[in-house]
Design a protein around this ligand. Structure first.
Ligand SMILES: [Zn+2]
Length: 227
């Protein structure tokens, strides 16, 4: 009742296209859900996300749920998630992807989900890591541990979004460390991030985690830039 009255004065809008949501729609409208470009990476172990890391780092699995196009729905979703506090988008995408990922045999050996960390100063500025809700939804749906204390980002980069306009310079001067003990040995880590572009950030994270004896790496992202 209260919610209906609130909706009358402050109708909820779709985070993809800003049109008003119907009462049976949540966060993303039905039209956007149908128009979002799916990669279907989960159906193909040798997909383009996997190929991106081929010869760079040894990985077990890589996939992204959507394609990311400039000015597309996915860019809008990620922007709202990352810069406008709409953390619920991450949870919706996580629940969505669980349905595909739970059928992948090779992912059944994953032990922990590891989010790409923000530097603690950046985390303080934004107030949250934009991949947390996505990662927690995956962890809950796939029955895995969510571990955001294993991987640490060392260098603070203040102008990351400006850098992106000029071509991403991610990875340069950005170093990650794994803070591990013996209990972290011999585990399969699933690294998660928002968008795969060059893959440099994920490669740097994987390199840090691979210093742990017996570590295995897989990668899952919300979206992948499509050229
Ligand atoms: Zn929409």
């Amino acid at each position: 009742m209260v919610e209906s009255i609130l909706n009358l004065f402050f109708p909820k809008t779709c985070t993809g296209c800003s049109s008003f949501l119907l009462s049976n729609e949540n966060v993303i409208c039905t039209t956007c859900r149908h128009n979002i470009p799916l990669t279907n990476h989960h159906l193909n172990p040798g997909n383009e996300a996997f190929k991106k890391f081929y010869g760079r780092i040894p990985i077990i699995h890589a996939s992204a749920l959507f394609y990311f196009h400039k000015k597309g729905i996915v860019q809008q979703l990620i922007h709202n998630l990352k810069y406008r506090g709409h953390e619920e988008i991450g949870a919706i995408l996580g629940d969505w992807y669980v349905e595909d990922l739970k059928n992948i045999e090779i992912l059944k050996s994953v032990d922990e989900i590891i989010p790409v960390p923000l530097h603690r100063k950046k985390h303080k500025e934004r107030g949250y890591n934009q991949v947390t809700t996505f990662g927690k939804a995956l962890a809950s749906g796939l029955n895995l541990t969510y571990n955001d204390s294993l991987l640490i980002r060392n260098v603070y980069s203040k102008t990351q979004s400006k850098k992106n306009l000029l071509g991403r310079t991610e990875g340069i001067g950005t170093l990650f460390d794994a803070s591990f003990t013996e209990k972290d040995h011999h585990k399969h880590f699933l690294i998660i991030d928002d968008v795969i572009t060059t893959g440099a950030t994920l490669e740097a994270c994987a390199t840090a985690l691979l210093k742990i004896p017996g570590a295995q790496i897989s990668i899952v992202c919300m979206a992948m830039a499509h050229s």
